[in-house]
Design a binder for this molecule. Structure first.
Ligand SMILES: Cc1cc2nc3c(=O)[nH]c(=O)nc-3n(C[C@H](O)[C@H](O)[C@H](O)COP(=O)(O)OP(=O)(O)OC[C@H]3O[C@@H](n4cnc5c(N)ncnc54)[C@H](O)[C@@H]3O)c2cc1C
Ligand code: FES
Length: 329
């Protein structure tokens, strides 16, 4: 058992318990969401003691050097003194320019950062409400092409952040955000390489950014985007994507419906099923997979079996908050 000192109080951390689980169990309210090292909302700073390297691995070098780590990935072997992150090092301020529905359950939120940020299409930011609630949203905007940061937010019934964004957040309001984060983004180069983009729900957001970024730098290889939804109203941005396919001979858009009757122009199956049926041999391709975790995990495995080099598989799984209050067994 290791001790964790936080704000002058000492807390126990049980054998193989994470710092996040230990502090939550003892009544400390810490921002967190995915609990699996993905969303980066649980960043803390180590002031004294040894932080295991795996708790720092997902963070950028500048933050690692300052002692920042992810509380949900940190199982300390010896006493640790930790603090909340330094606001200026982690968070930036943005003003809401626009917040409008794109579809019955999807909101397009456009944010104007106080200072320009350096990001790549497909990365994600963490939006933070004034009370500390923080959630990850992938960027649909393209640097150099879109003046504002754009995210697409699915409204979850009972979801703390998504219902606040859809119901309460108005243009002119200010929010804090952290990022950019994540490694699921388009890197210019190998312009003839075929790209396969597969997403469901708001997993379209980063793919929309990635496709536009690739086209903007003259990617000449085929770019196939498959977007899946259970219901027709979830296939948002259809007109824009059809227009992109008309404007660029190498861009192909396939909307897929898995839970509705056949609708003209849509494949009656899941996006990943349609993508792998159309492209059985993916040797030499680059893949981007975004959306709900079971789709992303299954498609990663299938892509590897279809011949994609592991280094060419880029994925962002939209892991929801762990609602369990007890630590994982
Ligand atoms: C890397 C990454 C990128 C992401 N990108 C996007 C994106 O681009 N767009 C997007 O829409 N989302 C994205 N997400 C998901 C997003 O971060 C949030 O998890 C999502 O918006 C839900 O947050 P919430 O606060 O509204 O729901 P939470 O309050 O966290 O609830 C999570 C889920 O539990 C349900 N729930 C809440 N309370 C209860 C309860 N008492 N009992 C049972 N169920 C309950 C909610 O309906 C919801 O489905 C991403 C996640 C990650 C990790
Ligand atoms: S990275 Fe720790 S809660 Fe998501």
């Amino acid at each position: 058992m290791a001790a964790i000192a936080f704000r002058g109080v000492e807390y126990e951390c049980r054998e193989s318990e994470t710092v996040l689980d230990a502090l939550l169990r003892q009544g400390v309210a810490l921002p967190h969401s995915c609990r699996v090292g993905q969303c980066l909302t649980c960043v803390l700073r180590g002031l004294d003691g040894l932080v295991p390297p795996e708790a720092q691995a997902p963070l950028r070098e500048t933050l690692r050097r300052q002692g920042y780590f992810l509380a949900c990935c940190c199982r300390p072997q010896s006493p640790l003194t930790v603090s909340l992150p330094d606001e200026g090092a982690i968070y930036a301020r943005a003003r809401v320019l626009e917040n409008e529905p794109l579809a019955p359950l999807v909101w397009r939120l456009r944010l104007q950062p106080a200072e320009p940020i350096d990001y790549s299409a497909g990365q994600f930011i963490n939006v933070r409400r004034a009370d500390g609630l923080s959630r990850s949203y992938s960027l649909a905007s393209v640097p150099g092409q879109d003046a504002a940061l754009e995210v697409h937010v699915k409204r979850h019934t009972g979801g703390a952040m998504s219902t606040w964004i859809s119901d309460d957040l108005k243009p002119g309001a200010e929010v804090d955000f952290q990022g950019p984060n994540g490694a699921c983004f388009y890197v210019p180069g190998r312009p003839e390489q075929p790209l396969l983009l597969v997403g469901n729900g708001t997993g379209l957001a980063p793919l929309y950014g990635i496709a536009r970024a690739a086209l903007a730098v003259g990617h000449s290889g085929p770019i196939h985007l498959y977007h899946g939804s259970r219901h027709a109203e979830g296939l948002y941005l259809r007109d824009e994507l059809v227009a992109m396919a008309t404007a660029h001979a190498n861009f192909h858009y396939t909307p897929c419906l898995s839970g509705s009757p056949d609708i003209s122009g849509c494949r009656p199956q899941r996006a990943e099923a349609a993508a792998f049926a159309d492209h059985a041999d993916l040797g030499g391709w680059r893949l981007f997979l975004c959306g709900c975790p079971p789709m992303v995990t299954g498609a990663q495995r299938q892509a590897y079996l279809a011949g994609v080099d592991l280094a060419d598989i880029h994925a962002d799984s939209f892991t929801l908050r762990e609602l369990r209050t007890e630590p994982r067994p």
